[in-house]
Design a protein around this ligand. Structure first.
Ligand code: SF4
Length: 181
């Protein structure tokens, strides 16, 4: 288990900044039209955290600092409540179900936000809508390349697993050996 340094935590703020700007901007614009749009958007975010909490149940980082916090997840703490005293939700099948639901609701929440942002604001403020899309697209690679490498010590977090596979592939392409940072 990796011990996050102060420098790590400061660096982790970099991918968090565009994500926070995306959520603040999107929530503001949706709320300007209808409070119900914001309610649904936030409920989707809560659902993402509920399913992520099932994954966090098997993670050594849950309950403390982890890169998931910079992705605006409260799942690492929710997991302690939902899966109190358990180190795993309930096996590989349950992990896959939680992962699938996390992906569906995660993508669903972004699709929901952009469906309404495009529909409501594209005609009058296309640059604002494109700016929000750019913030989200900027967050994704920053998150993957800054948050995930050290978390690759962890066999639970889905993105850490993906990062391990990518790193292993690029190391073997270059003739090197995969190893944690
Ligand atoms: S590293 Fe990932 S799986 Fe582990 S607690 Fe954080 S968000 Fe959950």
């Amino acid at each position: 288990m990796y011990q996050w340094s102060r420098q790590d935590r400061l660096l982790h703020l970099l991918p968090a900044i565009p994500l926070i700007a995306f959520y603040v901007g999107s929530t503001y614009l949706l709320a300007s039209e209808s409070v119900w749009l914001v309610v649904v958007f936030l409920l989707l975010w809560v659902a993402v955290n509920v399913f992520a909490a099932g994954i966090c149940a098997g993670c050594p980082y849950r309950g403390g600092y982890c890169p998931g916090i910079c992705q605006l997840y409260f799942a690492p703490f929710l997991s302690l409540v939902m899966y109190k005293g358990k180190e795993k939700c309930s096996g590989a099948r349950s992990f896959k179900v939680h992962l699938a639901l996390l992906g569906i609701f995660g993508l669903g929440s972004y699709a929901f936000a952009f469906y309404w942002l495009f529909r409501l604001y594209w005609q009058e403020q296309p640059l604002v809508v494109l700016g929000l899309l750019a913030l989200l697209l900027l967050h994704m690679p920053l998150s993957f390349f800054i948050l995930c490498p050290k978390c690759g010590y962890n066999d639970t977090c889905p993105m850490a697993r993906v990062h391990k596979v990518v790193k292993k592939g690029s190391d073997s392409d270059g003739g090197g050996q995969a190893s944690p940072d």
